[in-house]
Structures are given as structure tokens and as C-alpha cells.
Design a protein around this ligand. Structure first.
Ligand code: ATP
Length: 329
């Protein structure tokens, strides 16, 4: 498998902000790669470094094996879909999509044919003569996608492309985007702060915090084997048990993560007091105080729900307690 994008100790510093701090990563060709992290963690800057809108302060960005330092954005085999879509309001859908080809000198008949082919693919076949203002948010998002794909980039960069959509449409577009990526085989690099979105779509996810990658792994590995307290908390709100508690349970003084759904109430086990409970539909979430730590427990439908203030015992399979090697926060 060829490497589509490689960062080798890349940093981008703005004044005294280390927006990207010595990041090393590989994106494989044909992969759906997500960059996940809170606001300000450096994801967008990484995307702009790939696109060529930013240059590294130090380190190298390689695209398909070529050092990209002196390659301007328009010569890179990449294209970007922006969150605000950036469509031309005065052009119809077909001309918006065909615009890039027009600039590269492709004739009218040919560029309209290419635009129509991509518009079919994103289920907008019948809308080519409409203006962007005559489309719904989801349809505008698809036009932006078609416009980026029509140039046949080898890497498509997507910066929070579903951020402006409501929840239901977001979920629908998540499956559509993933299906489209599989169909086209184009490498997707997707930036999001939504962990559900990253886990459900990506082959691998790089979790960013403070300009650094905390962990880069497949979704299941991030979820079940977080390497740091930050990843445990950010990817699916896992409990992080402090070293003194883990020492009492296992004899080893280390931090460990424990998923809320792996815990059940039983007659023996870790003792605690229910601080609050909330009904979530399919589950009920309990917050249980165990000495100085609050542990979140997700009880399935049908489980007996204790009252706030009740004393309970928590238990789990030993295999669900995951020791974290990555940090000592
Ligand atoms: P968001 O999800 O909010 O877009 P992000 O993870 O994409 O966040 P970046 O946009 O990469 O984060 O920003 C990382 C840090 O770099 C932030 O502290 C930001 O303020 C800073 N930064 C980004 N671009 C610039 C710039 N052109 N000048 C100065 N600081 C910048």
C-alpha cells in the first residue's frame, strides 16, 4: 500500500502558539483517515499543511512520496471541502462543479459532462440548473463535495464538512460519505471534533490535543484500549481510575480506563454511593462516588435502577480494566 501523506516531525508555530507540535503520521492510500480533537488542537492546521495553504515551520510534508515544501496548492493532487462550502452564489450547480475544470482549460461540453457524472454520484442529477440558494443544506454540502471530486484528486481533505447540518442529516451524510469513499477509492482526510463521527466513518483516527497526536489507531482500539487519560475521556467518555484505586484493585499503581457499559451492579465489588442517575432511553447512566473518584455506569434497559444516595457495589470483567501506559495525568 502506498503512503498518500506523510508528516515527518512537522511543526507549525504562530507567534508563541505551537499549533502543530512535531507531528509524525502516515495516511495510507485509499484510507478514510480522521483527525479528531477539541477546538484549537491543530487539526485544521494539519489539513492546511497538506493542502499547501500553510508551510511547516519545521519538518517535512510528503505527498505520494514527494516532498511538498515547494509545491504550490494548485499543483498538489489534493482538494478541500470546506465547512462553509464556499459555493459561488451566482453560478448554477453544474457550473459550480465544473468551475475547476474551466480554470484548467477543459472545454464546455467535456466539463459539463464530467460535472453531470459526479452530480449523479452524489444524488443531485436533477438539480444541475439550480442556484445554491435554491438548495437545502445537505444538497449544498453535496455540491461542495462534487466540486472537489470533479478534479479527480488523489486525496480529498474535508474540514468539518457536516458541521452545518442537523443531527439526522449528519447521520445520513456520514453513511453516504463513507459509501462514496469506498466506491471511489480516493483517500479521505477528515477533520472533526465529533468522536461519534470519527469512530463511525474512519479506518483510522488520529486523536489530537494541544498540537500533538495522543494516539493514532483504528476506532475499536481507541475505544477499548486508549493509551492516555485524554483519549479515554474524549473518545466515548470512559472512566479513568486513578493509580491508588487501581493499586487497591490489582496491586499495580497505574492509571486505568474502564468503560461505563462494562460495569454492572452486584453484591460484591467496589463500594460506592449513587450521586445521580439519568434516564437516556435505551440506557440509564449512574454517577457513583467511590472515594474521591466519580465513576460513570451505563445500565442496560431492564436493569434495576438504584436511588440517589443508595450504596452499591460495582463489578466488571478483569479484562475490561485497561491499564494506560501513555501518560501520568
Ligand atoms: P477548530 O476545531 O476550532 O477549527 P483545530 O483543532 O482545527 O480547531 P487549528 O485551527 O489548527 O485547530 O488551530 C490550532 C491553534 O493554532 C489554535 O490555538 C489557533 O488559535 C492557532 N492558529 C491557527 N491558525 C493561526 C493563525 N493563522 N495565526 C495565529 N494562530 C493560529
Amino acid at each position: 500500500m502506498e503512503t498518500a501523506v506523510r508528516f515527518d516531525a512537522v511543526s507549525r508555530i504562530f507567534g508563541d502558539v505551537r499549533a502543530v507540535d512535531s507531528v509524525t503520521l502516515d495516511v495510507h492510500e485509499g484510507e478514510f483517515f480522521a483527525m479528531l480533537g477539541p477546538s484549537g488542537s491543530g487539526k485544521t492546521t494539519c489539513l492546511r499543511l497538506i493542502a499547501g495553504f500553510e508551510r511547516p515551520t519545521s519538518g517535512d510534508v510528503n505527498i505520494f512520496g514527494q516532498n511538498s515544501t515547494n509545491i504550490p496548492p494548485y499543483r498538489r493532487p489534493v482538494n478541500t471541502v470546506f465547512q462553509d462550502y464556499a459555493l459561488f452564489p451566482h453560478l448554477n450547480v453544474q457550473d459550480n462543479v465544473a468551475y475547476g475544470l474551466k480554470i484548467s482549460g477543459v472545454g464546455k461540453a467535456e466539463r459539463h459532462r464530467a460535472a453531470d457524472e459526479i452530480l449523479e454520484m452524489v444524488a443531485l442529477g436533477g438539480h444541475s440548473k439550480r442556484k445554491p440558494s435554491e438548495l437545502s443544506g445537505g444538497q449544498r454540502q453535496r455540491v461542495a463535495l462534487a466540486r472537489a471530486l470533479v478534479n479527480k484528486p488523489r486525496v480529498l481533505l474535508l474540514d468539518e464538512p457536516l458541521g452545518a447540518l442537523d443531527l439526522k442529516l449528519r447521520e445520513q451524510m456520514q453513511s453516504e460519505l463513507k459509501a462514496l469513499q469506498r466506491q471511489l477509492g480516493v483517500t479521505f482526510v477528515f477533520v472533526t471534533h465529533d468522536q461519534g463521527e470519527a469512530l463511525s466513518m474512519a479506518d483510522r483516527v488520529a486523536v489530537f490535543n494541544d498540537g500533538k497526536i495522543q494516539q493514532l489507531d483504528a476506532p475499536q482500539v481507541l475505544y477499548y484500549k486508549p493509551q492516555t487519560a485524554f483519549v479515554a475521556d474524549f473518545v466515548g467518555s470512559s472512566n479513568v481510575l486513578p493509580p491508588d484505586m487501581v493499586a487497591r484493585l490489582t496491586g499495580r499503581s497505574v492509571q486505568a480506563s474502564l468503560r461505563p457499559e462494562a460495569i454492572s451492579l452486584s453484591d460484591t465489588g467496589l463500594e460506592g454511593v449513587v450521586a445521580e442517575h439519568s434516564f437516556l432511553g435505551a440506557n440509564t447512566r449512574l454517577k457513583v462516588d467511590v472515594s474521591r473518584t466519580q465513576i460513570s455506569v451505563l445500565l442496560p434497559k431492564g436493569a434495576q435502577i438504584p436511588n440517589d444516595g443508595d450504596h452499591v457495589n460495582l463489578s466488571w470483567d478483569a479484562a475490561d480494566l485497561h491499564v494506560m501506559a501513555g501518560d501520568n495525568e
